[in-house]
Design a protein around this ligand. Structure first.
Ligand SMILES: [Zn+2]
Ligand SMILES: [Zn+2]
Length: 286
């Protein structure tokens, strides 16, 4: 929540099939970006949780970098109510951009189509400013059953189309595909205090990225007052939601060595990592 040497502000980039997305953009995001594998040219969607400076002040520099990388396709910025005036004010120091900037304010419970067939859903969090939690779902197509296609006499040139879920030549995808298969779910939760609707919202996440501004239980009242969570609350959320993995982030500057608390965090939720600059993984369909 405050940039420190070796501890830049929390920002999460993810890539689906070459398309890059960014969640939150605090001051210094471009410094961390440089150390990572992602291209600015491919960054087409930026999600903003809320307009506190530690989540949005890096936007002018990142927009400049996207422009500098030669992108001409539109860039979308999605965030809660109050996004427009803040982004417009930040844009006054960016100058002309070679791409169309599309701002989308969304509310609680919104569902938004993202590139590559992904879907974004929102939940209003409990913070001092209107703040959204996001779940990104990437569906998985059902298995294609060639033996069934052959038995039905479906010409081979139609197989690809049916596999993509489109009817063709009088055949329906359901005729030649198996039952639905689970996709991938990424949940992005910061900043908020804990509340009952969180766990169902992030249920069964393959990866839950969650704030843990405070580490120690003694800060539980301060966390509630300021709209934040403790490590125990964040791990309890992951447990209750049945998350497969948990990454904690957004630590108070009072926490001197966040990673020193990893054993304690793993005792509460086994598949937990304390976030650090450059932490990365690859999620695959089961
Ligand atoms: Zn924050
Ligand atoms: Zn905040």
């Amino acid at each position: 929540m405050m940039p420190l040497p070796g501890r830049p502000l929390s920002a999460t980039a993810f890539r689906i099939d070459g398309e890059v997305f960014l969640f939150d953009c605090g001051e210094g995001t471009q410094v961390a970006w440089r150390a990572g594998p992602f291209s600015y040219r491919a960054l087409g969607t930026i999600l903003i949780s809320h307009v506190h400076a530690d989540h949005i002040a890096g936007l002018p520099g990142v927009l400049f970098q996207i422009a500098f990388a030669g992108r001409t396709e539109p860039v979308r910025i999605i965030g809660p109510e109050g996004l427009y005036p803040i982004v417009e004010a930040l844009l006054t120091i960016v100058g002309g951009l070679p791409f169309d900037l599309q701002l989308e304010e969304v509310g609680n419970g919104a569902s938004v189509e993202l590139p590559k067939g992904a879907t974004l859903t929102t939940l209003e969090l409990q913070h001092r400013r209107t703040c959204l939690g996001y779940v990104v779902d990437l569906p998985r197509a059902p298995e294609f059953l060639p033996e069934r296609a052959r038995a039905l006499g479906v010409p081979v040139q139609h197989w690809n189309t049916l596999q993509r879920g489109q009817s063709v030549g009088g055949f329906d995808p359901a005729d030649v595909t198996g039952p639905p298969r689970p996709g991938l779910r990424l949940a992005l939760i910061t900043d908020t205090s804990t509340f009952p609707a969180l766990a169902p919202f992030v249920a069964n996440s393959d990866l839950l990225v969650c704030e843990s501004t405070y580490i120690l239980d003694e800060d539980v009242d301060r966390a509630a007052e300021r709209g934040h969570m403790t490590l125990r609350q964040a791990t309890a959320l992951a447990q209750e939601a049945g998350a497969k993995r948990l990454w904690l982030t957004h630590f108070s500057p009072k926490v001197e060595q966040p990673r020193a608390h990893e054993p304690a965090a793993r005792a509460l939720f086994e598949h937990c990592d304390i976030g650090y600059s450059g932490l990365h993984t690859e999620l695959s369909f089961p």
